[in-house]
Design a protein around this ligand. Structure first.
Ligand code: TRP
Length: 339
């Protein structure tokens, strides 16, 4: 892929990030930042679409999530980390895009449909929530992002963004060169997809209470490992056990770098004669070793909030310049240039 590729990615800052984020996105961002121009957005404005009654939580978590980013190695000299609400051009762009989509189209968006169901919003959907895919289209296109790393379930968002881009480009062009202004984007779906929760549920999620946070203490990690779902049919040590659906092994596959040792453990477990406690002991060692430097770095950074805010301010200024340039082009194309 060309070095011209631009990535826009981000998270709603509603809680600390966990191992699921690490596997699904953070780890890839650390890699992508060397290969592409990468913008990482703290989507606080989007978080408000279903947290207007708990704005404080969103405020607090802007810094918490920024700490998670830095602790795992997202490098502010390589990636532009910024706060969505402090780039008002994104809101302005979304406002115009709203006229390029229909309410019916938004109601058909499968991702939004599912989220509305999960939140019991069927009767009273905040208009901002229903239209957040439009705001997301503004986020992506303001940076002319060509790649958006997303899970499978977010693909409809990318399709909706490209519909807006095509509608816009068909009608509105650069006033002097007649060139297209907006750029279509592509979903970048990670190979190693979703990490299941410690309870064996398909998704690790704060609301399901089955997470291991990146900032978890050693004791919390240890307790979580004890709760990790294994094979309910593996009652006696000598019984043959199953490794599929056994979360201890799923996590070892995801995090243990010694693949041969894991293969050996799996064979032994399947054969019978290997206790869950031995598997979990290895899992705990692997997780503690991986999380310890993240925890230490996180704590160091957390002791200097001023520094974090300074980084975010600089990232936001950079991001704002880029978004403002796109917004100037869009305004000119729409003829919204009076003075
Ligand atoms: N929807 C993302 C989340 O819930 C955050 C986000 C906002 C985003 N705008 C985006 C992600 C644009 C990718 C592209 O975490």
């Amino acid at each position: 892929m060309s070095t011209q590729s631009i990535i826009l990615t981000g998270d709603r800052p509603t809680g600390p990030l966990h191992l699921g984020h690490f596997v699904g996105s953070l780890r890839n961002r650390v890699k992508y930042q060397h290969e592409y121009k990468q913008y990482v957005m703290l989507a606080d404005a989007q978080a408000l679409t279903d947290n207007m009654d708990d704005i404080d939580k969103v405020h607090r978590n802007v810094v918490e999530v920024a700490l998670d980013y830095l602790a795992v190695g997202i490098d502010p000299t390589l990636s532009t980390i910024f706060i969505q609400s402090q780039v008002p051009e994104l809101t302005e762009l979304a406002f115009y895009y709203l006229n390029l989509v229909t309410v019916a189209r938004l109601e058909r968006n499968p991702t939004v449909k599912e989220e509305i169901r999960l939140r019991d919003f069927e009767r009273d959907i905040p208009a901002g929530f229903l239209t957040y895919p439009v705001s997301q289209a503004a986020d992506i296109t303001a940076f002319k992002a060509t790649l958006v790393p997303v899970g499978e379930d977010q693909i409809p968002m990318i399709e909706q963004t490209n519909e807006i881009v095509r509608r816009f480009n068909r009608t509105y062009k650069n006033a002097s060169t007649q060139q297209e202004i907006l750029v279509e984007t592509k979903a970048l779906v990670p190979e190693l997809g979703r990490l299941p929760g410690i309870d064996g549920k398909a998704k690790m999620s704060k609301s399901l209470g089955n997470v291991i946070n990146l900032g978890a203490t050693a004791d919390e990690v240890s307790k979580a490992v004890k709760r990790v779902y294994t094979d309910p049919l593996h009652l006696k040590i000598e019984d043959p056990g199953h490794v599929e659906g056994n979360i201890a092994f799923t996590y070892l596959d995801a995090f243990d770098t010694d693949k041969a040792a894991v293969a050996e453990l799996k064979a032994h477990y399947t054969r019978g004669g290997l206790a869950d406690s031995i598997v979990k002991k290895r899992l705990e060692a692997v997780l503690q070793e991986m999380l310890e430097p993240i925890r230490v770095r996180r704590a160091e950074l957390a002791s200097d909030k001023g520094y974090i805010l300074q980084l975010l301010r600089e990232g936001t200024e950079q991001a704002r310049e880029v978004a403002a340039q796109t917004m100037r082009e869009v305004r000119a194309a729409l003829g919204l240039t009076y003075f």
